[in-house]
Design a protein around this ligand. Sequence first.
Ligand SMILES: Nc1ncnc2c1ncn2[C@@H]1O[C@H](COP(=O)(O)OP(=O)(O)OP(=O)(O)O)[C@@H](O)[C@H]1O
Ligand SMILES: [Mn+2]
Length: 555
Amino acid sequence: MRYPRLRLRCSILFGLIILSLFCFVTFNTILWSTTEPEPQEHIPQPPKPPVDIPLWSAIGHENIYDIKATKILKLTNHASSITGERIEELYQLVRSAKDDHVKNPYSRDSTWSLEKFVGKIFNNTTNDASKRDDTADSNRKKARKHNSTNVDETTTEHDKKQLRYFIHRAMAKWKKRHLNDKIITLGDLLHDTLAQDDPKRLNTTWFQFTKTVTNLRVYNIYSSEYTNLFKYLQYGEITEANEMPQGTQIKIILDLPNGFQGLLKPFRVPRNYQTPSDHFYFSDVERHHAEIAAFHVDKVLGFNRVPPVIGRIFNITKDIREKATSELAGSFFISPANNTCFRGHCSYYCDTGHAVCGKPGDHLEGSVQVLLPRPPEIDWQKLTHPYRRSYSSTKKADWETNENYCYEYIMIDEDYHNRLMLDMMDLAAFDFIIGNLDRHHMMRISSFGNNTSLIYVDHGRSFGRYDYDDLSILTPIRHCCFFRYTTFKRLYRVYKQGLSKLVSKSLKNFEGLQMILIDEHLTAIDRRLEIIFAHLDACIKIYTVKGVMIDDGID
Ligand SMILES: Nc1ncnc2c1ncn2[C@@H]1O[C@H](COP(=O)(O)OP(=O)(O)OP(=O)(O)O)[C@@H](O)[C@H]1O
Ligand SMILES: [Mn+2]
C-alpha cells in the first residue's frame, strides 16, 4: 500500500519539477527576446533635415565646412509634365520643320496692318496726354499707357495671327540682310583709339584677349587667350582695388597685370544657402558661387555670353586692404573674432552688421570676372528688360497681369523686329535654368552695331533656391511662343548628355573652388531644362512647330 502512494507522490513531484523547468525556460525565452539588444550591425544615421539658413545668420556662417552640410530629404519637386519620348518627338518635329522651306506659316490678310493695330491699342490708351512718354519713338512706348483692363477685347485671335505673320516676315528679312555680316572683334573696335591715346596697351595680353571677343561670343574656349585669362584672374598680382560705383551691392574692381581688370564679388553666404521664402528677389544677397556657376552653365550651353569668371582665394589684407583706394581702405576693421573685415560703400549690405570678413583671419573667397571695356572706350546699350519685375513689394509689373503683353508691347515694337526678340527668349531659358529673377536690363555692346549678342552679366542673385522653380521667368517664352532653332538644338544636345553632368564636369575641371553647386542645384538644373521643353511643347501645340520656331541665322 505504501509503495504505490510513494510512487504517486514521486511522479507528482517529478511532474512539478518538469513543469517548473518548462515555465522557467519559457519565461526566460520571453524575457530575453524582449530585452536582448539588436545585433550590433552598423545603424545608419537618419539624414539630417533640410537647413534653411536665414540671411542674418548665414552672413556669419563658416565657409568651407558649411558647404558640405545639408542633404535635404525631399524637394518641392515641380516634376515637369513632359516625357522623354515627347522630347524626342519634339526634336524630330523641329528638325524636319527646319528642313522644310515653307516661308511663313501664317497667311497674310492685306486689310490688316501693324499701324492700324497700334492705333487700335492706342485708342484704348488713357487720354491723359501728360502721362504719355513724349520722347518715345517706338510703338511699344506709344502704347505703354494703354488701358490694360480692355486688353482682352482689344487684341483678337486674328490680330495675333497677323502679328505672328508679321514677326516671321520681319525675322526672315532681318536674316537676309545680315547673313553675310562680318564678325567684328572688340580688338577691332579698340585698335584706333588705343593706337592714338595709349599705344602701349596694344602690346598687352589684355589687348590680345579683346581680339577674341566678338559681336557673337564673349570668349573663344579654343583660344590660348581664353586659357591664359584665367591665370590672370585667379593668380595675377593685384595692383589696385577699387569699389565699383554702379550697382547696389559691394563689388571691387581689381587691377591685374598686363592690362587686365577683374570684378570681384566676395563670399557672403555658403553654397547651401537658400533665399528665405519671405525675401524678395530685390533684397536677396549676392552670391559669388552663383556668378561662377552661371558662367559654367552658359559655357556648357555653348552660348558663351557670360564674361569668364573664376573663384579666387584672397588674402584680404595683402590683396585688398593694402591695394585699396583710400575710401575702401577706410572701411576696414578687425572683428571681435579677430578677422579682417570691410564694409565698403553701397546701398545694400554695406554696414558693419553685413561686413565682408576674412574667415579665418585674412582668408577670403570670391569670384573674379573679367571686366570688359566700358565707356568712354566702348559703348554699351542698357535695354530695360520688358519683362522686368516691378522691384516693389506691392506693385505688379504689366506683364504679370496681361496675357497679351507680348502682342501688345513686344511684337509691335520695332526694337524687337530683329534678333533681339530671340535673344530675349534665349535669355529667358538661361535665366530659368539658373533661377535668376533679377534680370532688370539686357546689356550689349552697341559699338558692335545691331547684329550683336546680349552679354549676360550680374548673376549674383541666381541659384537662390534649389527646391523651387520660378516659372514666371519663362513668361517671355510662354507669352510670345517664339524660339530659335539653334537654341532648341543646343538645349536638346545638353539634355541628351545630361546638363548637370556637363556642368559638374566643367566645374571640376576648370574651377578651383570646391562644390560651387551642391547636388540639389544640379538636380534643379536638369529638372528646369525639361520644364523648358514642356513650355515649348505647349507653344507648339497652339501655334505649330513652324509658327514657333524661327531661323534668324544666329547660332
Ligand atoms: N564683366 C563686366 N564687364 C563690364 N561691365 C560690367 C561687367 N559686369 C558688370 N558690369 C557693369 O557693371 C554694372 C553693375 O554690375 P552688376 O550688375 O553685376 O552689379 P549689381 O550690383 O547687381 O547692379 P544692380 O544692383 O544695378 O543690379 C552692370 O550693369 C554692367 O554695366
Ligand atoms: Mn543686379
